[in-house]
Design a protein around this ligand. Sequence first.
Ligand code: ZN
Length: 162
Amino acid sequence: MADPKALYQEVILDHNKKPRNYGALEHWSHHAEGHNPLCGDHISVTLNLDGDRIDGIAFQGESCAICKASASMMTTTIKGGTRQDAETLIREFRDMATGKLDLAGQPHRLGRLTVFAGVRDLPTRVKCAILPWHTLHAAFNSVASTSTESEDDPMHAPIGDA
Ligand code: ZN
């Protein structure tokens, strides 16, 4: 077994150096901007739904390393899958990052995304890791702009005061 902390560092560094699906799609059906004022993260997500399938997704913006790595891994994980699969992962990722998901005891489909499990112990980084997923959720629901700090955001309540 690899040391989870070392693996986490390696993944974050790798995705920062070479972010996957970085940029904006020329043809897209859904788009949203996400802000995390606590850290200053700002990302933009564009995706194209072909029926129920995500046939393209891209992100760009100014963000810290954790947010960027999370966004990069999010795009590679959900690309080619269905919207339902992505919605499930959004919920599971959020629950993992906020410590509500017991990775060992509960079934989940997070796979390599579990490298982010450690952020639950870093309260100031939880929203950085969640922001891309939060923004994807907004895009699916045709919400043009979202913030981790807006009261009416559906993702706000579960994150609480982390
Ligand atoms: Zn951040």
